[in-house]
Design a protein around this ligand. Structure first.
Ligand SMILES: [Zn+2]
Ligand SMILES: [Zn+2]
Length: 307
């Protein structure tokens, strides 16, 4: 059955920035040493995955807007250490304020397990991990001062969630995300959309939320596309919603795969759509899976899950 309530079905999948999940260093120190292994995944598969549904448009401007909205996103960024694409799941990657890189949880877990019970070095630049929250913040703010937009998004997430002993401050979070968005960070615009949707640091405004989700989608953000799909569903625009989900599943959004299955059961998607979605999601998994990432989840738990 299609969900009609905002509360039950909200487009509120916040990216959380570039590796917004903070590392629980104390927990990691307790973990014993195990030699991780690394495995390369196949990288040459590209399956174009869009729904075969058309939506009639009344003007050239709308057609142009939709062309931008439904163009296939660029390929995901690679982990700078292992070279595999970074997982879509936020728990599958971490921002490193030392060098400003996003590294995958597989590589981070390797460093953690090798260094345990001591704190690990950054898997990329080998800088020792910050010993205190104050040091982690100092490194992040130094990058923020240099307008490094992943740092802006990351610090915004810290303010939004009140991490590292900081008081929760939605307005500061929103300011940082807007600044990052203006610098070209599409992920930041997804978080701005989230803030407008929930009224975090700003008056709640669903149209503005949609606007910022769209900006993020046009830049290739998968979380924002999933949010937009949910938004369209709430408006009853099931074809538009399906089209977004079909692209999001290609980028590894498992929530979109569940939605397409639900749409198929309820007659909003065809069997062909669902089969195509399954194929696209499997193709994503083939690219992103590795023994190292599996081991990270098995040993360190869901905080290190990549898929
Ligand atoms: Zn990696
Ligand atoms: Zn580093």
């Amino acid at each position: 059955m299609m969900t009609t309530s905002d509360d039950e079905n909200e487009p509120d999948n916040m990216t959380g920035g570039e590796g917004h999940v903070a590392v629980d260093w104390k927990l990691l120190q307790k973990i014993s040493t195990i030699k991780p292994q690394q495995q390369k995944a196949e990288r040459d598969k590209t399956i174009v995955c869009t729904a075969d549904h058309n939506t009639s448009k009344s003007s050239a401007a709308e057609v142009h807007h939709d062309n931008q909205l439904f163009s296939l996103p660029p390929k995901s960024e690679d982990c700078p250490t292992c070279g595999l694409i970074l997982p879509q799941l936020e728990s599958g990657k971490r921002y490193q304020p030392c060098c400003g890189k996003l590294v995958c949880s597989g590589c981070l877990s390797e460093a953690v397990l090798a260094a345990a019970p001591a704190l690990p070095n950054c898997p990329y630049c080998k800088t020792p991990a910050p010993r205190t929250a104050k040091e982690a913040l100092r490194r992040t703010k130094k990058r923020v001062d240099a307008n490094h937009y992943p740092a802006l998004v990351y610090l915004g997430g810290i303010y939004h969630d009140g991490l590292y002993g900081m008081p929760r401050d939605y307005k500061k979070a929103l300011q940082l995300w807007m600044r990052a968005g203006k610098l070209g960070c599409t992920k930041a615009y997804n978080n701005v959309g989230y803030a407008y949707w929930h009224g975090h640091g700003v008056k709640r405004n669903k149209n503005k939320a949609r606007h910022y989700y769209e900006l993020a989608v046009m830049g290739g953000d998968v979380n924002a596309r999933c949010n937009l799909a949910e938004f369209e569903e709430l408006q009853g625009n099931m074809n538009m919603s399906l089209k977004h989900h079909m692209i999001a599943v290609r980028g590894g959004e498992d929530g979109s795969l569940s939605k397409i299955r639900e749409y198929y059961k309820n007659g909003y998607a065809t069997k062909h759509d669902y089969a195509k979605a399954l194929q696209c999601y499997q193709s994503y998994l083939d690219e992103v899976k590795s023994n190292q990432r599996d081991k990270a989840t098995n040993i360190l738990g869901d905080d290190f899950r990549s898929y």
